[in-house]
Design a protein around this ligand. Structure first.
Ligand SMILES: NC(=O)c1ccc[n+]([C@@H]2O[C@H](COP(=O)([O-])OP(=O)(O)OC[C@H]3O[C@@H](n4cnc5c(N)ncnc54)[C@H](O)[C@@H]3O)[C@@H](O)[C@H]2O)c1
Length: 372
């Protein structure tokens, strides 16, 4: 993987085509870019209490210079705020700001801000333009691209949501300098998953590249190799782009992005969200692969490569959540899906398949994966 100053990735989604701009120090270009996209006069910047003090003024200045009137909605950082109450307040602020259908919401922050601001934009006046400005590695490689927006309900994560493709995604990797190293490392759960989906080239680049590995182990994000981050992030955006463009509304192929997530979500819930999402996905992917090998579905060398890679990034390859707790969650989910689970099975690196599997058979896979 080489160093690049900037990459622009076009996402030709059926409902709305857009560009993802990935580069260094590009926050200042936001205003001009947005000006070229919409006819409106007003922007609502949605951000959280960690990100706004760091990057808010830079983003607001850029938008102001491009002639926009700026309104701001900043909420307390954290997943706990991705709820109906914050969403409702955001909608009220949009109305008070006089936003019309020609105006824009700019989501400045991690996946929580992106999901919440995106859902508010999807529903305000039946849908207005949203621009994503992701500042966490997870949001850059995953949540800001593809148009899924949501808030959590007491009944579960992301249960209220909508699809709304952004009009633009501006990814300034320099903002990663202020991210906590633990969050940076956690995002590699999704990056390794993307490698498995994409095939040996990206997988091996992630698995073997010492610079990339050093990134995940960084104790201080200000020392990151930012040029390398541009290419790494852009590669991941391309993987996600290719899947979501083929299946925007998750009717088929997009389900492959859930690789490792069925088991990962169960671990996440059982650990009461103490363990990061990427770490849970990594553990889910490792357990799934080991279990699928035991059942003769995934070749053993493929599973070994996946587990070795996850381990090399310091992410978990198993869990101490008991098998029965994971299986109980699957059975609860069965109410929603009938008697089968859509298991995403790795055939080879770059070749995964959605296999409808009886819940009892999937439970067998989980037990085998945890025992291996
Ligand atoms: N829509 C999708 O397709 C999709 C995909 C994956 C995950 N998600 C969602 O994304 C969320 C997780 O995203 P996340 O990990 O970014 O969480 P997050 O938004 O909570 O960000 C993590 C923490 O990092 C802080 N932060 C973000 N950028 C920073 C920066 N540059 N400097 C300093 N601090 C910074 C935030 O304030 C927060 O405290 C979850 O709610 C998940 O459901 C959505």
């Amino acid at each position: 993987m080489s160093d690049t100053a900037r990459e622009e990735i076009h996402v030709p989604a059926a409902s709305r085509a857009y560009d993802v701009i990935c580069g260094r120090g590009i926050l200042g270009e936001l205003g001009e870019r947005v000006r070229g996209l919409v006819g409106g006069t007003t922007v609502l910047i949605v951000s959280d209490s960690h990100v706004w003090p760091l990057y808010g003024e830079r983003v607001a200045d850029s938008l102001r210079s491009a002639g926009f009137a700026i309104n701001i909605f900043v909420f307390a950082a954290g997943e706990a705020q991705k709820n109906l109450q914050t969403y409702g307040t955001c909608l009220e602020v949009m109305a008070q700001s006089g936003l019309t259908r020609d105006d824009v919401v700019v989501a400045l922050g991690g996946g929580v801000v992106g999901d919440l601001a995106g859902f508010a934009a999807a529903t305000y006046m039946r849908g207005i333009t949203v621009v994503q400005v992701p500042t966490s590695l997870l949001a850059m490689v995953d949540s800001s691209v593809g148009g899924k927006t949501a808030v959590d309900l007491q009944g579960g994560k992301n249960l209220a949501g909508a699809f709304l493709q952004p009009a633009l995604v501006m990814e300034d990797v320099d903002t990663l300098a202020t991210l906590s190293p633990a969050l940076l490392q956690d995002a590699f759960g999704e990056i390794i998953k993307h490698g498995v989906l994409a095939g040996p080239d990206l997988f091996n680049a992630v698995a073997r590249d010492p610079v990339t590995r050093a990134v995940a182990g960084a104790s201080d994000c200000t020392a990151l190799d930012f040029g390398r981050m541009v290419s790494l992030v852009a590669e991941n955006v391309r993987v996600k782009r290719d899947v979501v463009v083929a299946d925007e509304r998750e009717r088929g192929l997009r389900q492959t992005l859930n690789l490792g997530h069925t088991i990962g979500h169960a671990i996440e819930a059982a650990s009461h969200y103490a363990l990061g999402h990427g770490s849970c996905v990594a553990a889910g992917l490792a357990i799934l692969s080991k279990g699928a090998t035991a059942l003769g579905l995934t070749p053993a060398p493929v599973t070994r490569a996946i587990v070795r890679c996850i381990d090399a990034y310091g992410l978990p390859t198993t869990t101490n959540v008991p098998a029965e707790a994971i299986i109980a969650r699957l059975r609860a989910d069965k109410k929603r899906h009938g008697s089968t689970v859509n298991a995403v099975i790795v055939r080879f690196l770059g070749e995964v398949e959605v296999v409808p599997m009886d819940v009892d058979r999937f439970a067998e896979l989980v037990r085998a994966g945890l025992a291996a």
